[in-house]
Design a protein around this ligand. Structure first.
Ligand code: DAH
Length: 331
């Protein structure tokens, strides 16, 4: 019996060492130390052992039992620590959705507006956001000492340049650049960012976008200006859109006007102030070497955020620049 116990212990330990995974370990447990395992059988055989040998065999049985049980626990924790660590991959799980990007609502609005003016015969012009005072002021008939040049209303740059530089406050700068670069007749629109040191609130931001238009030709009048704006309004906002001009003042146009458009806003037609316009001031033409006796022209500038906000019912300009994808995804 003692010999049998010895070989049971030896073969159990050998097989335990060979059990390389939790399944094999469980089979081993059932075969050797389970309720119907070999150890239980051996214990059941104790009753047939002659009485005088019983204490020794009983003791030995207990030794083998605890040896096998502790070997089992050791093996079990060894296997567990070799189990693959970290997240396991479930190949049947659905994949993560690929987020599709989209153009920013302002970029789309700019494209749409430029597209409409393109169909009306306007070419696209461009100018820098970092401007000199000549293009942002002087050439636009805004002389030194004019209140519009106040440092509190402009982002001037500190530095040792020949001329003071600033972030442009209006895309009207591109009118000058276009007239410097091309001889009339010319018909251009320019879009881009402009900067003003305004405190941020629902309708103000220190950076926003404008679209500028300029048309110089022989015999251009206020009628052409209003027609161009009306055509734009109809093409962009729908056939029942209207345009209204109100007298105003800008240094670079004479006469000058504010213009409103009647837009359909969620079903209702409403007047919305969109920008300024006028006939290009003869001083402006002369400064770029265009003879105002021969050529006349109109110009206009409108705010792009205002159009997009009205069109899409966006109540706060700051939302356009916070880059919250949940907001931007809606457009
Ligand atoms: N630059 C003006 C502004 O930012 C808007 C403007 C008014 C543009 C009249 C024009 C114009 O071209 O003719 O307030």
């Amino acid at each position: 019996m003692l010999d049998a116990l010895h070989s049971l212990e030896q073969s159990a330990l050998a097989e335990l060492a060979a059990a390389g995974n939790p399944d094999a370990l469980e089979k081993w447990r059932i075969a050797f130390i389970g309720a119907n395992g070999q150890l239980k059988n051996a214990m059941a055989g104790l009753k047939d052992v002659p009485k005088d040998l019983k204490p020794a065999v009983g003791k030995r049985l207990n030794e083998v039992k605890s040896a096998l049980e502790s070997a089992y626990e050791t093996r079990k924790s060894a296997l567990a620590s070799h189990a693959p660590s970290g997240p396991t991959v479930d190949l049947t799980e659905p994949g993560l959705p690929v987020g599709l990007g989209r153009r920013h609502v302002l970029s789309r609005t700019i494209d749409e507006i430029v597209d409409v003016f393109g169909r009306m015969g306007f070419a696209v012009a461009d100018g820098p956001e970092l401007e000199d005072e000549h293009h942002n002021f002087n050439a636009l008939n805004i002389p030194a000492g004019h209140p519009a040049r106040d440092p509190r209303d402009n982002f001037y740059l500190r530095g040792a340049w020949a001329e003071r530089l600033l972030l442009r406050t209006q895309t009207s700068t591109v009118q000058i650049r276009a007239m410097e670069a091309q001889k009339p007749p010319l018909k251009v629109v320019a879009t881009g960012r402009v900067y003003r040191p305004d405190a941020h609130d629902a309708t103000h931001y220190s950076m926003f976008h404008q679209i500028e238009g300029l048309c110089i030709d022989k015999g251009i009048s206020m009628v052409d200006l209003k027609t161009a704006l009306l055509q734009f309004a109809r093409a962009y906002f729908g056939p029942d859109a209207e345009v209204r001009l109100r007298p105003s003042f800008f240094p670079f146009t004479e006469p000058s006007a504010e213009f409103d458009m009647k837009m359909r806003i969620r079903g209702n037609l409403q007047w919305v102030e969109l920008g300024g316009c006028g006939m290009v001031d003869p001083n402006v033409l002369e400064a770029v070497g265009i003879d105002p006796e021969v050529w006349t022209g109109y110009a206009f500038g409108l705010g792009i955020e205002r159009i997009a906000m009205r069109r899409y019912g966006i109540a706060d300009i700051r939302w356009l620049f916070e880059n919250d994808a949940r907001f931007l995804r809606q457009f």
